[in-house]
Design a protein around this ligand. Structure first.
Ligand code: NAD
Ligand code: UDP
Length: 348
């Protein structure tokens, strides 16, 4: 696939920006479409710089997936070999209060994209699904065959989009689709030049920890210390964002297989880490003490979830290289250099 042209929706965002960098370094021509709803164009500029000479192969368009005519114009002027589709809203709590916003943005945005792709004969897709489609798994590790369920509207958008992808493949076998179920991406590029920069109060553990470490928030609230886990706190499968980005390159390569159809892969490390273990690894990496407030369980949270990684290893030839010490090292490197995210730098 190298030297092919890839459209990346949501490419200015956290996972998208890291993936775009790996694509450029791998020789792909890359076009980003993003409405900058939850991201900054500074990330795009920095990716271009990090890519050196390959940066010239990156083009950015501020387009909303709900603007179907604009998408159509883009596909009329540029031929794409495949699309990596990250664009979507992702805040679980917000989705509970604003379900229609999530259904409209995530599902209608995806249907628009798929219609325009089909119209222009581009039928190769990698989609960002999530481990959230396993709901509260009865056992771990989660294999791709586990029953699916959603516990909130955000999760339902992922479930529905997975089903839509299976349906379009059934209707037209020319489609080649890979659904990647990410576990918990954390960390940042080792340069500290790009990383996660959430708007408002972070929902996720590590962006919150990072903001406590730089003094933006006084303490981390730990949601539940009475689970039946090693230390009572919730267990997740944390994954370095650069490993996740590489997982997308592996998925693109897999799309060259003749009979890929519509396939799903877990992207995780296969290891479970508790909240307290993660905090302790971050304290070690940063030298900062993270004050903790023990609180009740967060509604909807699973107790323990981590991935079975066998299928991705076997079929994508992909597995995670980094552990939690590297994740925390790189998260801190990004946070300390950019305590206020992309807005930290006046030169941008
Ligand atoms: P992010 O918010 O940083 O990136 C998403 C990007 O999509 C943003 O830049 C946003 O501006 C853009 N976007 C949203 N709606 C759009 C629209 N209608 N048109 C154009 N652009 C739009 O999020 P992320 O963490 O990089 O996540 C990327 C994808 O991975 C999302 O689909 C998310 O649901 C999924 N995912 C993320 C995680 C996680 O923990 N970060 C876990 C599992 C799955
Ligand atoms: N968590 C926490 N405090 C926070 C955010 C998260 O204790 O401020 C816990 C949460 O209960 C879960 C783990 O950290 O056990 C990971 O949460 P996150 O939201 O990052 O991922 P998800 O629950 O969506 O997998």
């Amino acid at each position: 696939m190298a030297n092919k042209s890839i459209l990346v929706t949501g490419g200015a965002g956290y996972i998208g920006s890291h993936t775009v960098l790996q694509l450029l370094l791998g020789g792909f021509k890359t076009v980003i479409v993003d409405n900058l709803n939850n991201s900054s164009e500074i990330a795009v500029k920095r990716v271009k710089e990090l890519a050196g000479d390959f940066g010239k192969n990156l083009v950015f368009h501020k387009i909303d997936l709900l603007d179907k005519p604009a998408l159509n114009d883009l596909f009329s002027s540029t031929r794409f070999d495949a699309v990596i589709h990250f664009a979507g809203l992702k805040a679980v709590g917000e989705s509970v209060h604003k379900p229609l916003l999530y259904y409209s943005n995530n599902i209608i945005g995806t249907v628009n994209l798929l219609e325009i792709m089909a119209k222009h004969g581009c039928k190769k897709l990698v989609f960002s699904s999530s481990a959230t489609v396993y709901g509260w798994p009865k056992e771990v590790p989660c294999t791709e065959e586990f029953p699916l369920s959603a516990t909130n509207p955000y999760g339902r958008t992922k479930l529905f989009i997975e089903e839509i992808c299976r349906d379009i493949y059934c209707s037209d076998n020319e489609w080649k689709i890979i659904l990647l179920r990410y576990f918990n991406p954390v960390g940042a590029h080792p340069s500290g030049y790009i990383g996660e920069d959430p708007r408002g109060i972070p929902n996720n553990l590590m962006p919150f920890v990072q903001q406590v470490a730089v003094g933006r928030r006084p303490a981390l609230t730990v949601f539940g210390n009475d689970y039946s886990t090693k230390d009572g706190t919730g267990v997740r499968d944390y994954l370095h964002v650069v490993d996740l980005a590489d997982g997308h390159i592996a998925a693109l390569n897999k799309l060259s297989d003749l009979n890929i159809g519509c396939e799903v892969y877990n992207i995780g490390t296969g290891k479970g880490t508790s909240v307290l273990e993660m905090v302790s690894a971050f304290e070690k990496a940063s030298g900062k003490k993270i004050p903790l407030i023990m609180a009740g369980r967060r509604a909807g949270d699973a107790e323990v979830i981590f991935a079975s990684t066998d299928k991705a290893k076997r079929e994508l030839k992909w597995s995670a290289k980094y552990g939690i010490d590297e994740m925390c090292r790189d998260q801190w490197n990004w946070a300390s250099k950019n305590p206020h995210g992309y807005e930290s730098s006046d030169s941008n």
